[in-house]
Design a protein around this ligand. Structure first.
Ligand code: G3I
Length: 393
């Protein structure tokens, strides 16, 4: 999106500053924020407006925090369970389902008139081994693995039917290796390549009203994008409906070109007829050798340069990065229908423990004292500016 009218840009920018100031005034209190007196949005959910959900990945215990819970209710209109709806969480033992923490999230979203996204039904991480493997670690016979997958999806999708708007049905199934299409996973070894289609079919049968998504990291990049487009086409050719592709968007400040690549990717996915959701957005400021977001990959050591505080210049760079991402979101109205941040304040980010354990990362919109960072202001402004109807691309 280009700013073609400088005076309008100045007006909008000043309004956005007003919105940020309003938020600062509200501080850490949990009030339901009203728009500022001149009508500009005071929170992310107000700024997002109709047609775009703005969400966060959360753990249920965070919602009971007297400061963080109200912030989540005020700022977001959509939640994703960061961990508590994953296969291992909801079915830790065969046939024993545990919905306690996930149901707490359901209760919270209902109370605060938010939406909930189910994450996830099939993933090579955080899934109970027995689902696809025998005791010796060998793949189960296809029929047996199909029974397990179907039983899991029937029960879990059935439990959350009417409570979630959609599911990340399959997570991270595409290979990171050039020249290799699908990732080698326990589910694929047992079931074959059509395990993805089967998972979608099973979920659709249980909850025909839920949106069904394929979710992955680095799938804005050309190689993984091509493979994802292939997957979408193959699903459609089989008559399997897929509603959206989830782009996790675990970005790093050291790759400033990613928003431009994201913009191309959104256009390519839109041309394929699916919606796009930014499902796990964060912007890592720490050095690391590992790209992507494969949780199984670790680095044993790494420097921890910002353990006391995030320097102002780095915070500014990060804010500019977030602004560029939100600009892409607003360039595709009706296509990008959700942006979800993978956590709330910096202390909640998985990046404090990945790929190096125990570092102090600053990947999100609020600092550890729940003060909004420059990144927050940039996101609020990016969402707000683009609400002006004439500025819609
Ligand atoms: O709950 C146990 C706790 O009982 C135990 O004491 C503690 C000891 O390490 O571990 C706790 O479990 C951790 C869990 O998060 C809950 O905090 C796991 O070790 C840890 O591996 C797990 O990490 C999560 C990771 O997925 C693996 O499931 C991260 O929080 C979560 O942010 C991350 O999210 C993934 C998305 O689902 C998919 N895309 C990539 C993204 C980032 O890896």
């Amino acid at each position: 999106m280009r700013i073609s009218d400088p005076s309008r840009y100045r007006r909008t920018f000043l309004k956005s500053l007003g919105a940020t100031a309003a938020w600062l005034t509200l501080g850490r209190l949990g009030h339901a924020a009203e728009p500022t007196p001149d009508g500009t949005p005071a929170t992310l959910r107000q700024a997002a407006g109709p047609g775009l959900l703005v969400g966060a990945g959360v753990m249920s215990r965070q919602l009971d925090d007297p400061q963080l819970g109200p912030l989540v209710a005020r700022e977001f209109n959509c939640l994703t369970a960061e961990n508590e709806m994953k296969p291992l969480s909801v079915q830790p033992e065969k046939g024993r389902f545990d919905y306690g923490p996930a149901d707490r999230i359901v209760e919270f979203v209902e109370k605060h008139e938010m939406k909930l996204v189910g994450h996830n039904l099939c993933w090579h991480q955080q899934s109970p081994p027995w689902m696809y493997q025998d005791d010796a670690g060998n793949p189960l016979p296809r029929e047996q693995a199909l029974v397990n997958l179907r039983a899991h999806i029937d029960t879990v999708v059935g439990h959350f039917k009417g409570k979630v708007i959609g599911w990340d049905v399959v997570n991270e199934a595409i290979s990171d290796k050039g020249g290799e299409y699908l990732r080698d996973t326990p589910a694929r070894r047992a079931l074959g390549d059509d395990y993805i289609a089967k998972a979608f079919e099973f979920a659709r049968a249980v909850d025909p009203d839920a949106q069904l998504y394929y979710n992955d990291y680095s799938n804005e990049n050309p190689d993984k994008r091509q493979k994802t487009l292939r997957l979408i086409r193959e699903l459609k050719d089989k008559g399997v409906r897929i509603d959206a592709v989830g782009l996790q968007c675990h970005f790093q400040t050291k790759y400033p070109d990613a928003p431009r690549i994201l913009n191309e990717a959104v256009a390519a996915y839109a041309a394929e007829g699916v919606k796009v959701m930014l499902t796990e957005l964060d912007v890592d400021v720490l050095p690391r050798a590992t790209g992507g977001a494969e949780v199984g990959t670790r680095e044993r050591t790494g420097s921890n340069p910002y353990k006391d505080r995030l320097p102002a210049d780095v915070a500014r760079i990060q804010a500019g990065y977030y602004a560029n991402v939100i600009r892409v979101v607003r360039q595709h109205p009706g296509v990008v229908t959700r942006v979800t941040f993978w956590g709330t304040h910096d202390g909640t980010s998985w990046l404090n423990d990945w790929p190096v354990r125990g570092r102090t990362n600053h990947a999100l919109l609020w600092d550890r004292d729940l003060k909004p960072k420059p990144a927050y202001g940039a996101v609020l402004k990016g969402l707000t500016v683009s609400l002006e109807p004439n500025r819609r691309p």
